[in-house]
Ligand binder design. Structure first.
Ligand SMILES: [Zn+2]
Ligand SMILES: [Zn+2]
Length: 138
C-alpha cells in the first residue's frame, strides 16, 4: 500500500511505496541516467574509469551513480577503479562501509578497547566510568 508524498527531487505529489521513493517523472529520468552510465561502462576503454571520470563522461551526477552502485545495479567487480567513498578516508571502495585499511584500524581500535575493558574488570572496576574514560582518537 502506498501513501501520498512529495517527491524528494521535484516536489511533485506521488504515491510512495517501498519500491518507489520518487515520482514517475524522476524515476524515468533516473532510468535514463542509468542507461547512460551503463552504456558508458560497457565500452572496453571505460573499464578502468574512476567515479569522477564516469561523472565527466556521462553528465550523470555523482550522487545518482553512487545510488546505482549501492543498489548493486552496477556490477563493480568489472570496474576496479569504481566505487563509493570509504566512510572514514574517502578512498573508493566496493564493499561494506570502510576500506581495508580503515577496517583494519577500526578492528585494532576495538581490540584495544576490549583489552582496556578487561583490564578494568581485572582491577575490580564495574565499568561504570568506562565511557567517560574511553580513549579519544584523533
Ligand atoms: Zn519527482
Ligand atoms: Zn578508508
Amino acid at each position: 500500500m502506498g501513501e501520498l508524498a512529495n517527491c524528494p527531487k521535484c516536489n511533485a505529489l506521488f504515491i510512495k511505496s517501498t519500491f518507489k521513493t520518487i515520482c514517475d517523472a524522476c524515476f524515468k529520468e533516473e532510468e535514463k541516467a542509468y542507461e547512460t552510465v551503463y552504456n558508458f561502462l560497457r565500452k572496453r576503454e571505460n573499464r578502468t574509469a574512476t567515479l569522477l571520470e564516469v561523472v565527466d563522461g556521462t553528465g550523470v551526477s555523482e550522487d545518482l551513480i553512487l545510488k546505482f552502485i549501492r543498489q548493486k545495479r552496477l556490477q563493480l567487480s568489472n570496474f576496479p577503479n569504481l566505487g563509493y567513498p570509504c566512510d572514514k578516508c574517502g578512498k573508493a571502495i566496493q564493499d561494506g562501509k570502510l576500506c581495508t585499511n580503515c577496517a583494519k584500524e577500526l578492528k585494532a581500535e576495538i581490540e584495544k578497547l576490549q583489552k582496556f575493558d578487561e583490564w578494568k574488570k581485572d582491577k575490580g572496576d564495574n565499568g561504570s566510568t568506562y565511557y567517560a574514560n574511553k580513549p579519544k582518537k584523533d
